[in-house]
Write a protein that binds this ligand. Structure first.
Ligand SMILES: Cc1cc2nc3c(=O)[nH]c(=O)nc-3n(C[C@H](O)[C@H](O)[C@H](O)COP(=O)(O)OP(=O)(O)OC[C@H]3O[C@@H](n4cnc5c(N)ncnc54)[C@H](O)[C@@H]3O)c2cc1C
Length: 501
């Protein structure tokens, strides 16, 4: 097939994949591959909203300052500037293509979230932002003629003469074949399913990172994984996110004695950065011998209609017999968002020509060591749009390689089960880490040697452990009890890995 007829192949149908596809489809044929149903994505579960400087008195500069402060010294300022400056226009674009954002007084209704210095969280359907966005993007992509193939799992990126040329897929019947591509975009989302407790759905296994790494691309910031402090903890129920916006409206965390405790840990109390809230909760749980604390929103009900503001949280809890207007919600931290990923520049380019990454699977450096709440949906649109623009430009140049990248040769590992891998990672690479536990986990992992290619998730787990072991300090979401202090003298830098061969 002549090259000009080949489609842009996008792997993943979350916000990053669909927005990239929509923008690219203005000029090029596009095929979206997705491993499950088209709407199965982290995106559909997002609640709180999307951050952008749209309010009076707010500005991209203030948003940038908050993003940099949250990232604990490692935010790539140039990339974050792009995110914050281009954010407002992308939100208007999302609204124009049909996302039914909530409005108040003729303008976007803006919520507040932790570590934001202004009200700048755009939302839809109250706390149904992600579901509404996913529906709108899917409808717009279909209307724009984007082909979407579901139940198609990408298992490899084909590289020829150093350039990405296609994607190997496995369909639901188990058949495998290769689809040739003009350019390949990895938009496979996060990796919450590498941990026992996670807010992420089953599709989030970090596989896109393994595909990119095998194709020769660089991975960055793998030690930085964000644990959300407040996921519902209820026996037999998957941790359902209780959005930060609930605390933004005034809900308070209380320990087993009913005492509000966050003011003891941080001046911003319940609105402190996520890593601090998550560790404070773990400390309180350990001291009380409890497996949860509670989030008390009963006081909020007097000032706002909390059920109308958070309809999905209210209805999910109601089904379990919890009326959030009158009963505190049992919560505990859970794996939530991967700051690290496939290293890209601000045009979505990886170091392999023709191979791009966007969304949570990518790592532009905008989050540094810790993500500012609601910046992730924004990055899907901002960098997804730029990725499409670069592909449409016809340029084949890749991003510059990182001269400090560490060459590593991973092992082919097949864990006995996903549950075993999740338990290992929760224990060793969870909210609090230390060298001895991580070294033990690495030994266990490597003991699970595979005869064949090994599991992509295990590869990502091994690299995450490697990055976390090497960083002998605590920074942002990466907390080591054996190195509890920030060490700017040695570690004011990012870690980048590439495959040794
Ligand atoms: C419960 C929850 C609440 C959140 N709330 C917010 C919020 O309020 N604001 C915010 O900004 N962010 C929030 N986030 C984070 C945000 O939702 C994600 O970072 C974002 O949606 C990621 O979008 P994405 O398109 O990169 O990935 P996803 O939406 O996860 O999409 C990934 C896609 O890739 C597909 N895929 C994966 N592997 C393969 C494969 N091997 N082959 C083919 N397809 C594959 C999946 O099926 C899926 O379609 C939340 C996340 C969760 C889980």
């Amino acid at each position: 097939m002549p090259h000009r007829d080949l489609p842009v192949v996008v792997i993943g149908s979350g916000a990053a994949g669909l927005f990239t596809a929509l923008e690219a489809a203005r000029t090029l044929p596009v095929l979206v591959l997705t491993r499950s149903g088209a709407a199965e994505a982290n995106t559909a579960w997002a609640q709180g909203g999307i951050a952008a400087a749209l309010g009076h008195g707010d500005s991209p500069l203030l948003h940038l300052e908050d993003t940099i402060a949250a990232g604990a010294g490692l935010v790539d300022e140039a990339a974050a500037r792009v995110l914050c400056e281009e954010g407002p226009a992308r939100i208007r674009e999302l609204a124009a293509l049909g996302t039914p954002f909530d409005f108040a007084g003729g303008t976007f209704a803006l919520g507040r979230e932790a570590a934001h210095s202004a009200n700048r969280i755009v939302h839809a359907g109250g706390d149904r932002t992600g579901a509404r966005l996913e529906q709108a993007l899917l409808a717009a992509a279909r209307a724009a003629g984007v082909a979407i193939q579901d139940m198609a799992e990408a298992t490899a990126v084909e590289v020829e003469h150093g350039r990405a040329r296609g994607v190997r897929i496995r369909t639901s019947g188990g058949a495998t074949h290769t689809i040739e591509a003009r350019a390949v975009v990895i938009a496979t989302g996060g990796a919450g399913q590498l941990f026992s407790h996670t807010t992420n759905p089953e599709i989030a296994r970090g596989e896109g990172l393994a595909l990119a790494f095998a194709a020769g691309a660089e991975l960055a910031d793998l030690e930085f994984y964000q644990f959300h402090p407040t996921a519902l903890r209820f026996p037999g129920v998957r941790p359902f996110l209780i959005s930060e916006a609930v605390r933004g409206e005034g809900a308070v965390l209380r320990n087993a004695a009913g005492e509000p405790f966050m003011a003891r840990y941080h001046p911003l109390a319940d609105l402190a950065p996520r890593d601090i809230v998550a560790r404070a909760i773990v400390t309180e749980m350990q001291r009380d011998g409890a497996d949860h604390v509670v989030l008390d929103a009963t006081g909020v009900a007097a000032s706002i209609d909390i059920v109308a503001r958070f309809p999905s949280i209210a209805s999910f809890c109601r089904e379990l017999g919890i009326d959030i207007r009158t009963t505190p919600i049992p919560v505990a931290p859970a794996a939530h968002y991967f700051m690290g990923g496939i290293r890209t520049d601000t045009w979505g380019r990886t170091t392999v020509p023709g191979l791009y990454a966007a969304g949570e699977a990518a790592c532009t450096g905008v989050h540094g060591a810790n993500r500012l709440a609601s910046n992730s949906l924004l990055e899907t649109a901002v960098f997804g749009g730029r990725t499409a623009a670069h592909i449409a430009s016809g340029s084949h140049a890749a991003a510059d390689a990182d001269p400090h990248a560490v060459a590593v040769m991973p092992h082919a590992i097949e864990p006995p089960s996903l549950t075993a891998l999740q338990a290992l990672m929760w224990e060793a690479a969870g909210i609090e880490r230390n060298g001895a536990t991580m070294r033990g986990a690495r030994t266990t992992l490597r003991g699970w040697r595979a005869g064949g290619e090994g599991s992509p998730s295990a590869l990502v787990a091994e690299l995450m452990l490697e990055a976390a072991l090497r960083r002998e300090e605590s920074r942002g979401a990466h907390f080591r009890s054996d190195f509890p202090a920030l060490d700017n003298a040695h570690w004011h830098r990012r870690q980048v890995f590439r495959r040794a061969d």
